[in-house]
Design a protein around this ligand. Structure first.
Ligand SMILES: [Zn+2]
Ligand SMILES: [Zn+2]
Length: 252
C-alpha cells in the first residue's frame, strides 16, 4: 500500500472529529445568537426554526424545494477558504495530510446538508431507513424543541462532550426525577443562581440581554408572519422581509 495514504486517512478522521466541534460551535454561537454577520442568525433562528417547529411542522409536507433548509450557497467555499491556511500549515508540519483534510471538510459539509434536508423533507428515501439516520433525525427534532440542546446535526460528539446532548430517554428520566422531587416536596422554583462575583453578575446580565434581544427578534418575526401586511416593523430589513415572504409562500 502506498504509505502516503495512511496520514491522509488519519488526517481525514481527525478533521471529522473537528467537524463535530465546528458545527456545534457555529450553530450555538452564530446561528442562535444575533452576532455580526447576522446572516447565520436570520437564516437559522428567524427563518428555519420559526418554520420548522415541533410535531407536524417539523417536516415539510409539500413537494417542491423549500429554500430554508440548506445553508447559503457560499457557506462551503467560505468554510474551505477559512480552513485552507490551517490545512497548509498542518501539511507543512505533517506531510501528506492536506487532501485527506480537504476531502473530510467538504464531505462533512455535503453529508450534513444531505441529512438535514432529509430530516425535514422525508420522502421515504433509502437513507431514512438506516438506524443511525433515525437516531440523528430524532436528535435534531429535539433540537427544534429545545433550542439550546443537540446543536450537532451530523455527529453529536461535541454535544456529548459539552453536555448539551439530550435524548427522549434522558428527558423522561429528568421528568421522572422532577416529579419525584415534587412529590417529596423538595422542588423549589428555579431561579438564577445568586451570583457570587461582579464578573458573574456582568456575565448574567450579558446573557439576559442577549436572550431578550433574540426573543425580541423572534417576536417581531412572529408578528410579521401573523400580520403579513405589517411591513413597517421590517422595513429596515428588506432582505429578511423578502426571505420571510418566500418562506411563508412555500409553507402555506
Ligand atoms: Zn433543522
Ligand atoms: Zn438551531
Amino acid at each position: 500500500m502506498n504509505m502516503e495514504i495512511v496520514p491522509q486517512v488519519l488526517s481525514g478522521m481527525a478533521w471529522v472529529l473537528y467537524g463535530s466541534l465546528f458545527e456545534w460551535y457555529w450553530h450555538k454561537e452564530w446561528m442562535h445568537k444575533p452576532r455580526v454577520p447576522r446572516e447565520a442568525f436570520r437564516g437559522h433562528t428567524l427563518v428555519h426554526h420559526q418554520i420548522y417547529k415541533v410535531g407536524e411542522s417539523y417536516v415539510f409536507e409539500e413537494t417542491g424545494h423549500p429554500q430554508h433548509i440548506l445553508l447559503k450557497p457560499y457557506a462551503l467555499p467560505a468554510i474551505v477558504l477559512v480552513h485552507l491556511p490551517i490545512l497548509f500549515l498542518i501539511n507543512y508540519l505533517i506531510p501528506h495530510t492536506f487532501w485527506g483534510g480537504l476531502i473530510a471538510i467538504s464531505g462533512y459539509f455535503v453529508v450534513y446538508e444531505y441529512c438535514h434536508w432529509h430530516m425535514h423533507v422525508p420522502r421515504g428515501h433509502r437513507i431514512e431507513k438506516f438506524r443511525w439516520f433515525k437516531y440523528l433525525a430524532k436528535h435534531h427534532e429535539l433540537h427544534h424543541r429545545y433550542f439550546q440542546k443537540n446543536f450537532c446535526v451530523l455527529f453529536p460528539l461535541a454535544d456529548l462532550v459539552f453536555g448539551t446532548l439530550i435524548t427522549e430517554e434522558s428527558l423522561a428520566k429528568q421528568k421522572a426525577a422532577r416529579e419525584a422531587a415534587l412529590a417529596a416536596g423538595k422542588l423549589t422554583t428555579p431561579t438564577l443562581a445568586s451570583p457570587t462575583s461582579r464578573q458573574e453578575q456582568r456575565r448574567n446580565a450579558r446573557k439576559l440581554r442577549q436572550m431578550q434581544k433574540t426573543q425580541g427578534l423572534i417576536e417581531e418575526f412572529s408578528t410579521y408572519r401573523v400580520k403579513n401586511n405589517s411591513k413597517r416593523r421590517f422595513r429596515k430589513d428588506a432582505r429578511l422581509q423578502k426571505e420571510l415572504v418566500s418562506a411563508s409562500k412555500d409553507r402555506e
